[in-house]
Design a protein around this ligand. Structure first.
Ligand code: FAD
Length: 340
């Protein structure tokens, strides 16, 4: 049985590895137009944390984000952190919302999540010249995608997975080439490939700096909030989220906003060296699309497509948990294939 995975981003590669691990006998091929280090995830901040997910149901977010958190924990504990780019980091997540910051639904997935005391909040507000009304502190993981993706691709190939650089114009191509199942992990590309006009770009600009002393994550959940996210070899300063904007050029206005905001939050960053500025397009959607679709080819045959796209600002966070759900669907359908 032959499986084609469209997409070599963090969603496609985690899904392909999970399939190959679960069904070693299946022939699995990743088709991607763009590979690491040029995918959206490569430039992302790699922080575990549900963010910009539209109205994706909470139970799905919890299952997918929880699956990924447990996987990152497993990798970190087993000593694979340096190769896979995983760090355990303390996080301050705050808001200026007048209603304060209710307990996050994912609080039990991270370690030691507790609300910031009024005293600590006051101290942060003085230090950061801010006006936060509430926030939470906890430990979680960052995973540097420029390390994670090559590591996963190596794991995939070691298990016999095949990798092909190719732009796919239509799912029909696979039917003609004898593939039995297609897994659509094309991110923003699903807008054209799956003709899903709900998928749209949410532009994000970030700046990577060299600041080896910065270990803590500071993230403001305000609409115009900034964030500081240390990765293994650099620190990500952010960020923007501009829905419907396809502009991949670095904007000076956004750079000023990012640097000014992050320098205010942590003045020592003014001493850091700017390594890179980068823009990526998050695959936005009202809800993550993870479902099975049965399509009919031109010659009247049915074929299976499992969609897994539209992860907005949380592709890294949801990746492994979503891959687990794809495998659950495959398990059911492989054994029930005769019903197609
Ligand atoms: C500034 C910024 C910061 C971020 N920070 C975080 C963070 O801290 N934590 C987090 O969890 N998420 C973060 N994200 C979000 C995360 O990067 C995305 O959700 C994630 O990268 C989406 O992964 P993907 O694999 O679906 O898409 P992509 O990485 O865009 O990959 C899509 C793949 O599909 C391929 N493809 C598409 N169409 C076709 C086709 N027709 N034929 C062949 N191949 C095709 C592409 O070539 C590519 O290989 C951030 C994003 C940005 C922009």
């Amino acid at each position: 049985m032959k499986v084609a995975v469209v997409g070599a981003g963090v969603i496609g590669v985690t899904t392909a590895v999970m399939i190959k691990r679960t069904f070693p006998h299946l022939s699995v091929t990743i088709f991607g137009e763009v590979f690491t280090p040029n995918t959206t995830g490569d430039g992302s901040a790699g922080l575990w944390g549900p963010y910009i997910l539209g109205d994706t149901p909470s139970e799905d977010v919890l299952r997918w984000a929880g699956g990924t958190h447990r996987w990152l924990e497993e990798l970190w504990r087993s000593g694979l952190a340096p190769e896979a780019g995983i760090c355990l980091v303390p996080v301050y997540r705050v808001t200026s919302d007048s209603k304060g910051y209710p307990k996050p639904i994912w609080s039990s997935l991270v370690y030691g999540c507790h609300e910031l005391s009024p005293e600590l909040l006051k101290k942060i507000n003085i230090e950061q010249k801010s006006n936060y009304s509430g926030g939470w502190h906890f430990l979680t993981y960052t995973v540097e995608p420029t390390l994670l993706l090559p590591w996963l691709l190596k794991e995939f190939k070691t298990r016999g997975g095949i990798v092909i650089k190719r732009k796919i114009k239509s799912f029909e191509e696979f039917k003609m080439e004898g593939y039995d199942i297609i897994i659509n992990c094309s991110g923003l590309g699903a807008r054209i490939l799956a003709q899903d006009t709900e998928v749209h770009p949410i532009r994000g600009q970030v700046c990577r700096v060299d600041a080896s002393w910065q270990f803590e994550v500071h993230l403001s959940d305000d609409d115009n909030g900034n964030y500081i996210i240390p990765n293994m070899n650099s620190v990500v300063l952010g960020g923007t989220h501009q829905a419907g904007d396809y502009n991949l050029q670095v904007s000076q206005e956004d750079s000023n906003f990012i640097l000014k905001g992050c320098y205010r939050m942590s003045p020592a960053l003014q001493k850091s060296r700017i390594l890179k500025e980068w823009v990526g397009l998050r695959p936005g959607r009202m809800q993550v699309c993870l479902k099975l679709e049965i399509l009919r080819s031109k010659n009247g045959e049915n074929y299976l497509v499992i969609h897994n796209y539209g992860h907005g600002g949380s592709g890294v966070t949801l990746s492994w948990g979503c891959a687990q759900d794809v495998v659950k669907i495959l398990k059911k359908k492989i054994f029930a294939k005769s019903k197609l």
